[in-house]
Design a protein around this ligand. Structure first.
Ligand code: HEC
Length: 139
């Protein structure tokens, strides 16, 4: 009896864990939306297109080994990446193949601050962060 309850609970937990990412990602996006509208009262939503531009643009001002996000995350977000500084593999960043992406605010903020500094030579704005997450959520 207890055993079958445990099995049922385990089975029920699997799809729940897989789906739990979306509300957490939405909460992160709504946090960035609040920050973006505080910075600019004309803020009217995030754009996947701008997020893609941020991802693919070759910026100037950062570390010369990492002119763009694609230097480590590659041109194809669905595929694995490789750290251009350390050579270490990086899991895909596209949400369709890696649903746990952008679901932990501390993790997301930690990497935005480090990676934007490395690529752009400055912090990303809340608008840029929201655009990037919106783009990757559709990939
Ligand atoms: C020097 C290599 C490198 C570059 C360049 C880089 N990243 Fe990353 N990024 C990483 C690594 C390593 C991780 C953490 C490992 C992982 O999540 O698989 C990561 C993770 C992230 C995460 C956290 C994802 C999550 O799971 O929540 C975000 C957000 C991110 N990167 C954004 C960017 C953006 C935006 C750019 C371009 C401006 C960029 N990265 C460029 C190496 C890089």
């Amino acid at each position: 009896m207890i055993r079958s309850v445990l099995i049922a609970a385990t089975l029920a937990a699997v799809p729940f864990a897989a789906m739990a990412g979306a509300p957490r990602r939405d909460a992160i996006l709504s946090d960035y939306a609040t920050q973006a509208s505080q910075a600019n009262p004309g803020f009217s939503g995030f754009s996947a297109q701008r997020g893609e531009l941020l991802f693919r643009t070759r910026w100037a001002g950062g570390d010369e080994r990492t002119p763009s996000c694609t230097a480590c995350h590659t041109d194809r977000p669905q595929g694995p990446g490789r750290n251009a500084k350390t050579g270490r593999p990086i899991e895909p960043v596209a949400v369709s193949v890696n649903p746990k992406r952008f679901t932990d605010m501390a993790e997301v903020e930690k990497h935005f601050s480090r990676d934007c500094k490395s690529v752009l030579g400055r912090p990303c704005t809340p608008l840029e962060k929201g655009d990037y997450v919106t783009f990757m959520a559709g990939q």
